[in-house]
Design a protein. Structure first.
Length: 342
């Protein structure tokens, strides 16, 4: 395996930061670009401590074409892992244009700079949300047509189409689209983790904040789904497994000819909201009081990945259990009850 110089966009964010640690451990040379719109600069020092290296960081928004062009003109990258983007489903309904402009333009700006400067490998953060509302479970990569029920999700669908079209005419570009299921957990050191701003939208950070005493009770959205305990089921994947999946995908596309690869990164099984609550109480030893309330608009009852393509081609597997996901989330939450310092 050859060593690569990798630009990680959104490298200060939740999944990006964990992937940076794995890339360095695999011997790659990492450069971060992040707007810090949704990440704290203090994460960088934590990453340098974890990796034992200096990490070059460029603080700008990739929608700025000139700055992106200048970065590629001054540094030579073999690959880009593109995490940067807006990601809150509910917010995307309120400010759709911001989502379309930010997520699409940052990708366009990267693609132009990559083409101009001979950078031919791109790993893109897609989402299980592209399977839409009627795909059969477990979700398989070949399912079509892609669709999504929020502006956020539609940016992922659109970018997948853009990447397919561009890779189709660019002789050298190779693309990996990674469809994430529900990333949770934190680095086992407890020094980096998910740091949502304001009230968490997602289940695991909300549960962790209840356990640590920052919020009083969890609202469980829907208790009448057609599932074993009536609460919705998702395919939770430890962020460390997810990060390892990025390194495996990058190395795979570097050494194979296929132009476009799509891989589900999930564990292949569903876990209900109440099972997450029970696992978290066990891992933390803290109570997580909850109320079952109405369903959240747009939520599906149950879905999970068919991860067999990634298992077979990448030799990758989501190994960590829901108990480990909760234990690692708890270690991070307890050590950093208010997230990263300013
Ligand atoms: N949930 C609660 N209470 C909460 C938060 C969540 O009961 O306070 C429930 C949700 O209703 C859902 C489950 O916990 O059943 C998981 O919810 P998350 O918000 O953690 O995750 P989602 O599955 O809704 O969202 C994920 C990704 C998005 C993606 C979306 C749609 O985070 O990026 O799936 O596929 F767009």
């Amino acid at each position: 395996m050859s060593v690569m110089r990798v630009l990680v966009s959104g490298g200060a964010g939740y999944i990006g930061s964990h992937t940076v640690v794995r890339l360095v451990a695999a011997g790659h040379d990492v450069v971060i670009v992040d707007s810090f719109a949704n990440a704290k600069p203090t994460v960088v020092g934590r990453l340098e401590a974890l990796t034992g290296t200096d990490l070059p960081v460029h603080a700008f928004d990739l929608t700025d074409k000139d700055k992106t062009e200048r970065l590629f003109a001054t540094e030579k990258f073999d690959a880009v892992i593109h995490f940067a983007g807006l990601k809150a489903v509910g917010e995307s309904v309120q400010i759709p244009l911001d989502y379309y402009v930010n997520n699409l333009e940052s990708t366009f700006s990267l693609l132009r700079a990559m083409r101009r400067h001979g950078c031919d490998l791109l790993v893109f953060s897609s989402s299980a949300t592209v399977y839409g509302e009627v795909a059969p479970v477990p979700y398989q990569e070949d399912y079509e047509p892609l669709s999504a029920s929020s502006p956020y999700g539609r940016t992922k669908v659109m970018i997948e189409h853009v990447l397919r079209d561009v890779a189709g005419i660019d002789e050298r570009l190779k693309v990996a689209m990674l469809r994430y299921f529900n990333p949770v957990g934190a680095h086992p050191s407890g020094t980096i983790g998910e740091d949502p701003q304001g009230i968490p939208n997602n289940l695991m950070p909300f549960v962790a904040q209840v356990a640590v005493g920052r919020r009083e009770r969890l609202q469980v959205f829907g208790g009448d789904y057609p599932t074993a305990d009536g609460t919705a089921e998702r395919d939770y994947i430890h962020v460390e497994d997810l990060a390892a999946g990025h390194v495996a995908a990058l190395q795979w596309i570097a050494s194979h000819d296929r132009k476009v690869s799509t891989w589900n990164l999930g564990g292949g099984r569903g876990t209900s909201v109440l099972q997450v609550v029970a696992a978290f109480e066990k891992a933390s030893g803290m109570p997580v009081p909850y109320d079952i309330v109405g369903r959240r608009e747009g939520d599906l009852a149950a879905y999970w990945a068919d991860p067999s393509r990634a298992n077979a081609e990448l030799g990758w597997r989501a190994e960590r259990t829901i108990d480990e996901m909760c234990a690692d989330t708890w270690r991070w939450q307890r050590a950093n009850p208010d997230g990263y310092p300013d």
